[in-house]
Design a binder for this molecule. Structure first.
Ligand code: FES
Ligand code: FES
Length: 166
């Protein structure tokens, strides 16, 4: 019996429905970068330790280096390219906050931090965002440039811009 090695999956990526043929053992990060041209999602460790590959799947932050593309059938995926306004190109307030607060140096880790911030602020209601909430949200993301102070300041500024507290 022939072994199935390829499959076509249907995904909605940054609001656009698409069908893409993938190897059954191909991870989502590679499909995004190499088959859909969305190279904003970075691949660092490829073992779930750095967070550079974080995307939102149905609104939840997930490590796309650890998820097979075939597991994403029918899911809504948001990558860093989907943060800005698709019509005007205007940056998302989170992106603006990172720029204004020097929340990156080399920028390799930045897409991952932007996506975990998006997930954090999308579900945030009520009290002002605490340092602890921010630290917990970014606990799985590594910045090799060590720019954590500015990253945390950027996330606080993003919360202010988005008025994510009462
Ligand atoms: S590349 Fe996925 S966690 Fe590092
Ligand atoms: S800004 Fe360089 S790894 Fe974070």
């Amino acid at each position: 019996m022939a072994t199935i090695t390829k499959k076509t999956v249907k995904l909605t990526v940054n609001g656009v429905e698409c069908e893409v043929e993938v190897d059954v053992n191909e991870v989502l990060a590679k499909v995004l970068r190499e088959k859909l041209g969305l190279t904003g999602t970075k691949i660092g460790c490829e073992s779930g330790e750095c967070g550079a590959c974080t995307v939102l799947i149905d609104g939840q932050p997930k490590l796309s280096c650890l998820i097979l593309a075939i597991e994403c059938e029918g899911k809504k995926i948001l990558t860093v390219e989907g943060l800005s306004d698709p019509e005007t190109g205007k940056l998302h307030p989170i992106q603006e906050a990172f720029i204004e607060n020097f929340g990156f140096q080399c920028g390799f880790c930045t897409p991952g931090f932007l996506m975990v911030t998006k997930a954090l602020l999308d579900k945030k209601t009520g009290e002002k965002l605490t340092d602890e909430e921010i630290r917990l949200a970014i606990a799985g993301n590594i910045c090799r440039c060590g720019d954590y102070y500015h990253i945390i300041e950027s996330i606080k500024a993003a919360a202010e811009k988005m008025k994510r507290f009462s």
